[in-house]
Ligand binder design. Structure first.
Ligand code: BGC
Ligand code: NOJ
Length: 817
């Protein structure tokens, strides 16, 4: 069943009914200020950090779901009994005559109608300004004059979102506001240690306002029954403690056919310490005035929206696809890249599954996310790399997470995830291949955020590489530490205490447990590291790296092969994990996908065997599950992986993040049909008709889809903030469509289903655009017969760096050479 459709022309997903199987959200903002925005106007906004500087309150895990947003209430006085409704459907679940929500790139538009009154809400965060704009248009489509009361509503969060939902003995006494007609200011804690306030304003005069929640709603009412709206009159309440809100009351008269537009702004303002006050107790409104001045008319709001559209057009113009397969084209060309930008901005902090108060930026997550946006924002990717590297320890290990505001490593989580260091090499290699800028290697970067320990980024990479080599176990394979990519394989944590963190508890430091995933990751990034060394004159180091990679491949072949697939790990007792000898967890996806992706076993048939086993044992109609058979019991020696019910999360869920590794691995074998099949299975657009079961947004990837052992097989969870976005984009753009940045240029090596007759891609690469048309009338899966560049035939399949700011025509003919 469908709840909407893709409008490809407009680059929008159009939701046609409000009761989606879960709130389907969008992200507003692309710089410092962000809003989460659901299809019924739910969500919240924050400045820079979703925990520390949250402007509006949101109730996670609330009933009904999606509790809190920027709400508008309408009251039509011309109707008998004065009808009251919420035109965004929630929170009143109003029966509307018409409803539509369009999620676009950085903006959303909800339109609805009831009894001849139409409502349109266009919501976005303008480029470079720290506010949400909500432009409202009311139109009277009836034959009679309408007298309407419109009420706005936002509920302020007392800034620190964690305190806000826990520390009530203090919070109920600290709320402070100021109100000047259409401008409502939230200034809790401004008197003492804060120099920022929020403003919620509208560009027209108001009939009244409210700033106190109880006065507006009534103590025993929910958002679905505000007494004030039903009474049709605001109270001009001034919050003092309790729960500060912002609500405007606007009286609107509309002649038949008439439209009126209103611009609401919800903004974040900061003052220098010595300019906080206009007069004693009255905040300095200069920054708010400047912001509101800028957006004081519908035309100004429209102009800001056009600028936002231009921003996205330019950004996504760096990689576009045209193909017969509409789902592939719209995902690879638009939505997948859009999601990659959201992971760049949010990391894993704020979504409808991440509360914004928990996790900081992950060392491994951020390096992988970068693979999906480095072609869009290379300079910001560079800055991100330097931030990440600065949290590395001098011995090459890394803080697992760091805080975006302070950019410091997070002590609570600490270190010991032994895959972390290698992902830095992966990220830096991707940056260099994209930009050709080797100078990043010479940047001086602190270790452990300590300037005195600074050394070149190259030294950071070397320590990363060496960390794996100096932490190897009895089978010459890398020690796993607290966990590797799979956060739930906690082989050195034997946890029997409820509530204890599997990731940070180390109560069984075996010094023995080894990971085949890290081993393969090492083989995957090793050649890039060696190449970087060679190209920067570090020949000896390059040779040393080559040898280390060969030795690792040997160790994997000797101790990491189970007969039909690659093992996953050795536990703290030296027992195999991911082996046919095991009762459960006989085969895992990660080590197999990654090993073949790294090219291991391509020479001796093991690669093919491993992928065939993955297909036989792990494949399902919704994607490849993480392991089989699912763990049915808790294994203290394995950790969190066995704590999930069978079919969920790491315990045999379809953990989408690692499916693209198999896709890429399949392209190594040249199996284009199978590669494309694994790509489409987890790609949300292909499951649009199945939205009732899948439940989450058809335009973004989810972290997990319940596996075949789960009761809700096929149901997705944790949309938006997942490494799936980056890897899915890498798999489709670089390996299936085959347009891949390499050190010397742009490699073109598609691997597609034989039935795909061709496609075209426009790719920005090192200051030039390449318009690449691939022709597969030969009906092959892989192999390039000829390439022409600007009409001249090219030797080989690597497009040279042209760097002239122009667009170049490339024609690729697939087939036998
Ligand atoms: C989840 C993992 C996640 C980890 C983060 C676990 O509960 O299953 O997917 O990476 O928490 O700390
Ligand atoms: C989500 C985490 O963010 C990521 O770092 C990890 O690799 C996966 N879960 C798998 O456990």
């Amino acid at each position: 069943m469908q709840y909407g459709f893709f409008d490809d022309e407009a680059r929008e997903y159009v939701i046609t009914r409000p009761d989606t199987p879960y709130p389907w959200i969008n992200y507003l903002g692309c710089d410092q200020f962000y809003g989460l925005f659901s299809n019924t106007s739910g969500g919240y906004c924050f400045y820079q950090d979703a925990r520390m500087l949250r402007l509006t309150r949101y109730r996670y895990n609330n009933v009904p779901t999606d509790g809190g947003g920027r709400y508008f209430y309408l009251r039509d006085n011309s109707r008998d009994g004065a009808d009251v409704w919420t035109p965004s459907w929630m929170p009143m679940k109003s029966a509307l005559d018409r409803y539509e929500c369009r999620h676009g790139l950085g903006y959303s538009r909800i339109s609805s109608a009831l009894n001849g009154l139409t409502f349109t809400q266009t919501s976005f965060v303008p480029i470079k300004d720290n506010c949400e704009i909500h432009k409202i248009v009311l139109t009277n489509e009836s034959n009679a004059t309408k007298n309407v009361d419109m009420f706005s509503f936002v509920e302020f969060c007392l800034w620190n979102a964690f305190d806000d939902m826990t520390n009530f003995q203090r919070n109920y006494s600290i709320g402070e506001v100021e109100a000047e007609g259409p401008r409502i200011y939230h200034k809790t804690e401004y008197r003492e240690r804060r120099n920022h306030y929020a403003v919620w304003a509208v560009n027209v005069p108001v009939a009244g306002f409210d700033t106190d929640r109880e006065s507006f709603l009534g103590l025993y009412n929910g958002f679905d029954h505000p007494d004030t709206v039903f009474a049709g009159k605001a109270n001009n309440s001034l919050a003092s403690g309790w729960a500060p809100i912002g609500s405007h009351h606007i009286k609107v008269e509309l002649a038949p056919g008439q439209s009126k537009a209103f611009v609401f702004v919800l903004g974040y303002c900061e003052n220098p310490e010595d300019q906080k006050w206009a007069s004693p107790g009255i905040i300095n409104k200069a920054p708010a005035n400047a912001m509101l001045e800028k957006y004081n008319s519908p035309e100004a709001a429209d102009k800001a929206l056009t600028a936002l559209n231009d921003y996205w057009t330019a950004l996504l113009g760096r990689f576009t696809v045209s193909a017969d397969d509409k789902n592939m084209a719209r995902m690879a060309g638009v939505w997948n890249q859009y999601q990659c930008m959201v992971t760049f901005n949010m990391s894993r902090s704020a979504s409808y599954f991440e509360s914004g108060i928990g996790r900081g930026m992950g060392f491994r997550d951020s390096n992988q996310d970068l693979l999906g946006f480095v072609h869009l924002v290379p300079e910001r990717a560079r800055a991100r790399i330097l931030d990440i590297a600065a949290t590395q320890f001098p011995d090459g290990s890394a803080y697992h997470q760091y805080q975006p505001l302070t950019k410091r490593g997070n002590n609570e989580v600490g270190t010991g995830f032994n895959d972390d260091p290698l992902w830095l090499i992966c990220g830096v290699a991707a940056y260099i291949k994209e930009t050709g800028n080797y100078d990043i290697l010479e940047e001086q970067v602190p270790f452990d955020n300590n300037e005195e320990l600074a050394d070149s980024l190259f030294v950071h990479l070397k320590r990363s590489f060496d960390y794996t080599l100096t932490h190897s176990g009895p089978h010459r394979l890398p020690l796993i530490g607290r966990a590797d990519w799979n956060d739930c394989l906690n082989l050195n944590c034997f946890s029997k205490t409820p509530g204890e963190s599997f990731q940070t508890t180390a109560n069984y430091e075996s010094g023995i447990a080894e990971s085949l995933m890290i081993a393969s990751l090492f083989v995957f990034i090793g050649p890039d590291y060696a190449e970087i060394c060679r190209r920067t004159g570090r020949t000896e180091e390059a040779e040393r790296a080559d040898k280390a990679v060969i030795a690792m491949i040997e160790a994997i072949k000797e101790h990491g092969w189970d007969g039909n697939w690659f093992l996953r790990a050795y536990d703290a007792m030296g027992k195999k994990i991911g082996s046919s000898e095991c009762e459960d967890g006989q085969i895992f996806i990660e080590s197999n996908g990654f090993a073949v992706m790294a090219g291991i076993g391509l020479d001796d048939g093991r690669a093919r065997k491993a992928l065939d086993s993955v297909k036989e044992q792990l494949d399902t109609k919704y994607g490849i599950v993480l392991l089989q058979p699912a763990y049915k019991e808790y294994h203290v020696e394995l950790g969190e992986v066995s704590s999930y019910p069978p079919g969920y999360k790491e315990n045999a869920g379809i953990f989408c993040h690692n499916n693209p590794w198999v896709t890429i691995a399949e392209t190594q074998l040249g199996r284009g049909t199978r590669a494309f099949e694994t790509y489409t299975k987890i790609c949300p657009a292909y499951r649009e008709d199945d939205s009732k079961l899948r439940r989450l947004e058809p335009y973004v990837y989810a972290q997990m889809v319940a596996g075949k052992d789960a009761q809700n097989f096929g149901e997705a969870k944790n949309s938006w903030l997942t490494g799936t976005a980056a890897w899915a984009f890498v798999s489709i753009s670089q390996y299936i469509l085959g347009v891949r940045p390499v050190f010397d240029g742009l490699l073109i090596d598609p691997c597609i289903p034989a039935s795909m007759k061709g496609f075209s891609v426009t790719r920005h690469f090192r200051n030039a655009y390449y318009h690449i048309t691939v022709n597969n009338t030969a009906g092959v899966e892989k192999g390039v017969a000829s390439v022409s560049l600007d009409g001249k035939s090219l030797d080989g399949i690597v497009l040279p760096v042209l760097g002239d700011g122009r667009t170049h025509e490339v024609v690729v003919t697939m087939g036998a050479k």
